[in-house]
Design a protein around this ligand. Structure first.
Ligand code: FE
Length: 410
């Protein structure tokens, strides 16, 4: 008799959430395999099947009885600004009193305050801060996190942040996807020739220098940040050196940013709070993902919401992120899911897909985000039994166990 193959972990008696031919564009692509079983070896899923088909077929170092609970892929946070120093908690009351972004900037607050704190922080401090934020996200079920630079602004400082992201990633269990962000022009280059020179240098010097460190280049394209023309220059440079493109677009004003990002072949175009049908059409024809960041709608006290109905009807796949940033520190993809349901009207099935397989695919990661043989064994066991309970039972930490690379880590 041949011995059974070995597995590091077998989870059984699980209601497995599976996705048919991802990316998910319709809730009907999401289904649940009741009493499902999954085996992991060497960090990857090696078998998925019905009750009795996997558990008996492997000699498992560890078995986990999910007792009929929901098991999904590990959550993927596709949009964060997690590396920065300092706190801006004292700006919250001013914002509640109606102070605008520009008012706060004039008082010496806002993004340039975070830039000063980040430039002044030591390497060790920044790595420690990011490590702690990644650990917190992992404990909440997030196994992959995209992290953007953008709080140094000068070229050398941005490259330093990319190196520190890599250092924190080496120390963390979380898979990190590093992105170079063109956030805003620095204080000394807000206009004129200095600004033109900053954009040119960003595209021609910084982007090529970041090629070995970042996987994507993102441009914050909006009123008060970069223009669609500047975004095209920077994202075009990214594509030329083999980096993926992403963008912040249509958050505050509709000035053609979503179209510019789509034309540059952006993998994801994020925010879209003020998008109309022409933006959605541009995303659909470029094959871009729509990155939805409902926590940032609250943090900016905005009222306009992304056109989710149009995204659905054009078949643009939606992905979710926390937008964890120095403006608002919200680490939980569980909360992002809740807000996507209640603020944006995603169904629980759509929100789960947006927080897992669609988010992973928007980051160019075909090897995770779904429960399928060959995928990374990143899983979450929820304290829930049905997909319909996601969002219905909200506001608390519903994650019972987190599996990263086949190992129970939380
Ligand atoms: Fe952002």
């Amino acid at each position: 008799m041949t011995p059974l193959p070995e597995a590091d972990l077998v989870i059984y008696n699980a209601n497995l959430v599976l996705f048919d031919s991802p990316p998910v564009r319709r809730p009907s692509q999401v289904r649940v395999l009741e009493g499902g079983e999954v085996a992991a070896r060497g960090g990857a899923i090696v078998a998925v099947g019905q009750r009795g088909s996997v558990r008996g077929a492997y000699r498992a170092a560890r078995e986990l009885d999910a007792s009929g609970r929901l098991v999904t892929p590990g959550l993927v946070d596709m949009h964060t600004h997690m590396i920065f120093a300092g706190s801006r908690d004292d700006e919250l009351e001013a914002r509640l009193e109606g102070a605008s972004y520009l008012d706060i900037l004039r008082r010496g607050g806002g993004i340039y305050r975070t830039v000063r704190a980040t430039r002044a922080a030591s390497d060790g401090e920044l790595v420690g801060l990011l490590e702690a934020r990644l650990a917190e996200a992992l404990s909440l079920g997030t196994t992959t996190v995209e992290v953007k630079t953008g709080y140094a602004l000068d070229y050398g400082g941005e490259l330093r942040l990319l190196r520190l992201i890599a250092e924190a990633a080496r120390r963390s269990r979380v898979t990190v996807v590093p992105t170079l962000l063109a956030h805003v022009p620095p204080e000394e280059a807000r206009g004129g020739e200095a600004r033109r020179e900053y954009v040119r240098g960003f595209a021609e010097e910084l982007v090529p220098a970041a090629a070995g460190l970042a996987r994507f280049v993102d441009v914050f394209c909006d009123e008060g940040a970069f223009t669609p023309e500047e975004a095209k220059v920077i994202l075009g440079a990214a594509r030329r050196v083999g980096l993926g493109a992403r963008a912040h677009a249509d958050q505050l004003a509709r000035i053609g940013c979503a179209q510019a990002a789509a034309e540059a072949g952006a993998a994801s175009v994020d925010h879209l709070e003020v998008s109309d049908e022409s933006s959605v059409r541009a995303l659909a024809s470029a094959g871009s993902f729509a990155g939805l960041l409902p926590a940032s709608l609250l943090a900016t006290m905005g009222s306009s919401r992304p056109p989710v109905g149009l995204l659905r009807s054009y078949g643009v796949p939606m992905a979710l992120g926390t937008d964890f940033s120095a403006n608002s520190q919200m680490p939980s993809m569980q909360t992002a899911i809740d807000l996507a349901i209640y603020l944006y009207g995603l169904t629980p099935a759509e929100a789960l897909a947006a927080a897992t397989v669609n988010a992973a695919m928007s980051l160019g990661l075909a090897d995770r985000g779904s429960i399928a043989p060959g995928a990374a064994a990143d899983l979450v066991v929820w304290d829930l039994e049905r997909v319909s309970q996601v969002g219905y039972e909200w506001g608390r930490d519903r994650v019972l166990a987190v599996v990263k690379g086949g190992e129970v880590v939380a």
